[in-house]
Design a binder for this molecule. Structure first.
Ligand SMILES: [Zn+2]
Length: 141
């Protein structure tokens, strides 16, 4: 399992959990993503099968692998967003476009872009690309 196997939607769910502190109840995820409970349950089952999410008591939590993948998504978002900002998009537009393409750029190519950009550790919005202080990556539709 790597970022390149995820859909934008899968990533939204992982980021939603991350933004809730790594675990969240069904209702919290519904609220974060503005979707109905059956949709969330189904998606969580899928992410559980993929080894990215586990059920702890009544909550969904990121697994070790899930956490690792989230960190990569956040880093990918940072690099892709900078690439687009440097190409003339404003930050808001860059953020939205980055969300749509960040998962599909081969890691090797993205690392080259990251180096060419001066190895930024913060996204244009000021979030750390390590993901430790959150992410600007939107979790909504
Ligand atoms: Zn962003």
């Amino acid at each position: 399992m790597s970022c390149e196997n995820l859909s934008v939607r899968d990533a939204d769910y992982l980021i939603a959990l991350f933004k809730c502190g790594g675990e969240a109840g069904l209702t919290d995820v519904c609220r974060a993503l503005k979707v109905a409970k059956p949709t969330v349950s189904l998606m969580m089952k899928k992410l559980n099968t993929a080894g990215l999410v586990k059920k702890v008591n009544n909550k969904y939590a990121l697994t070790f692998l899930g956490n690792k993948i989230v960190k990569e998504i956040v880093w990918r978002h940072t690099v892709t967003e900078w690439m687009l900002v440097k190409s003339g998009l404003n930050v808001r537009e860059a953020c939205e476009v980055a969300r749509r393409i960040e998962l599909y750029i081969p890691l090797k190519s993205l690392k080259k872009i990251w180096i060419a950009l001066g190895e930024p550790m913060k996204c244009p919005c000021g979030y750390e690309s390590s993901g430790d202080n959150g992410t600007c990556r939107p979790v909504h539709n």
